[in-house]
Design a protein around this ligand. Structure first.
Ligand code: ATP
Ligand code: MG
Length: 345
C-alpha cells in the first residue's frame, strides 16, 4: 500500500494541504495518508521543529508532502532557540535529499500576471536544479558582539552528484545546462566550476554546458528567460534565483518543487513559497503550487506520470477558464480554486 506522510506545517500550510490530500486520495485509491506536526507547530507541541517520530515516519513513507513552515511567532535573536526552518533543513539532510528541482513554465493564461512582458516570456520553460545540502546554509556559524560569520563549504562529491542530476534532467529536455557560480570571487565556486566540467567531460559531453556568473544569471533571467533550459547552482544562489524565476510565473503561489536524492528513500514535495503569515487563516492562499507539487509527487515519488499530467492539465484548464486567486489579481479563495481544479479532473 502507498503511504504518504503529510506535513502541513505553519501559516497557510494547513489551508493548502487539506485540498492537496483530497487530490492524493482521488488519484491514489486506498492511499494511506499520515499527517504530522512540523516546523513551528512542532516547536509549540514538542519543543523541536522535527521530532524523531516524524523523521521515522517519513523514512518509511513512499513520499513526503510538505506545505510550509515558519512565521513571526518563532522569530528570535536567541541562537540557541529552536527555529521552524531547522525542521526543513534537518529532514532534507536526514533523507539525503540533495537536489531541489523547481520547474518554471509560465502559462500563457497568466502572462498578464507576470512582472515581465508577454514577448519576453513567450516560450520560457526552465528547470532550476538547486543543491540542497551544502554551502553557507550548513557551514559553521559564529557571532560575537562585534562580528558574525557564515562559512560556505562544499565537497567535490556534493558538486559531482548535483551536476549529474542537472545533466540527466537536461537530456530529457533541451539538452542545455547553465552552471551558475561566482567563480570570480569565491573559492567554492572555482572548485564547483572545475568539478562540473569534469563530470561533463567524463559522462555528459552530449549536453551543452555554459558557465554563468550568478549576477549575470539574475539579469538574464529577467531580460531573456527563454535562453535557459536547466540551471544548476549551489544552495544560496539557487534559493535566490528560483524566487526570481518564480516571478516569471506570475506568483510565488504557482511554483512547485521536488527534493530528490536517495533512490531508495522518499522524495520531499513542497511549494516554493513560504508560510505567508500575512494572509494565513483568511482562506485566500493560492493552493496551485501545492497542487502542482502534488503532481510532482505523483510523477517522481510514485511513478504515476499519467495522473501527474492529468492534475497539471486540470490546473491549466482552471486557469484558462479564468480562475484567479488574489496573488494573481483575482478574488478567488482557496476553496474556490480547489473546486475550479476539481471540475477538470
Ligand atoms: P520563507 O522565508 O518561508 O520562504 P518568505 O518570507 O519568502 O517565506 P512567503 O511566505 O513565501 O515569504 O511569502 C512572500 C509573499 O508572497 C507574501 O506576501 C505572501 O502572502 C505571498 N504568498 C506566498 N505564498 C502564497 C500563496 N500560496 N498564495 C498567495 N500568496 C502567497
Ligand atoms: Mg523565501
Amino acid at each position: 500500500m502507498t503511504k504518504i506522510v503529510t506535513l502541513p506545517g505553519d501559516g497557510i500550510g494547513p489551508e493548502i494541504c487539506a485540498p492537496a490530500v483530497e487530490l492524493l486520495e482521488h488519484f491514489v485509491p486506498g492511499v494511506e495518508v499520515e499527517e504530522h506536526v512540523f516546523g513551528g507547530a512542532s516547536i509549540d507541541a514538542h519543543g523541536t521543529a522535527l521530532t524523531d517520530e516524524v523523521l521515522a515516519a517519513a523514512k518509511t513513507a513512499d513520499a513526503v508532502l510538505l506545505a510550509a513552515v515558519g512565521g513571526p511567532k518563532w522569530d528570535t535573536t536567541d541562537p540557541s532557540a529552536p527555529r521552524p526552518e531547522q525542521g526543513l533543513l534537518g529532514i532534507r539532510k536526514a533523507l539525503g535529499l540533495y537536489a531541489n528541482l523547481r520547474p518554471v513554465r509560465p502559462l500563457p493564461a497568466l502572462y498578464d500576471s507576470s512582472a515581465l512582458k508577454r514577448e519576453i516570456l513567450d516560450g520560457t520553460d526552465m528547470l532550476v536544479v538547486r543543491e540542497l545540502t551544502g554551502g553557507i546554509y550548513f557551514g559553521e556559524k559564529t557571532r560575537t558582539e562585534t562580528d558574525a560569520s557564515d562559512l560556505c563549504h562544499y565537497t567535490v562529491e556534493e558538486v559531482d552528484r548535483i551536476a549529474r542530476v542537472a545533466f540527466e534532467a537536461a537530456r530529457g529536455r533541451r539538452n542545455l545546462v547553465h552552471s551558475v557560480d561566482k567563480a570570480n570571487v569565491m573559492e567554492t565556486s572555482r572548485q564547483w566550476r572545475q568539478v562540473v566540467h569534469e563530470v561533463h567531460g567524463a559522462d555528459f559531453a552530449d549536453v551543452q554546458l555554459e558557465d554563468q556568473l550568478v549576477d549575470s544569471c539574475a539579469m538574464q533571467l529577467i531580460a531573456n528567460p527563454t535562453q535557459f533550459d536547466v540551471i544548476v547552482t549551489e544552495n544560496l544562489f539557487g534559493d535566490i534565483l528560483s524566487d526570481a524565476a518564480a516571478m516569471l510565473s506570475g506568483s510565488l503561489g504557482m511554483l512547485p518543487s521536488a527534493s530528490l536524492g536517495n533512490p531508495d528513500g522518499p522524495g520531499l514535495f513542497e511549494p516554493v513559497h513560504g508560510s505567508a503569515p500575512d494572509i494565513a487563516g483568511q482562506g485566500v492562499a493560492n493552493p496551485l503550487a501545492m497542487f502542482l507539487s502534488t503532481a510532482m509527487l505523483l510523477r517522481h515519488g510514485l511513478a504515476m506520470e499519467t495522473e501527474a499530467a492529468a492534475l497539471e492539465s486540470a490546473v491549466d484548464q482552471a486557469l484558462d477558464a479564468g480562475l484567479r486567486t488574489r496573488d494573481l489579481g483575482g478574488t478567488a479563495g482557496t476553496d474556490e480554486a480547489y473546486a475550479a481544479v476539481r471540475k477538470y479532473l
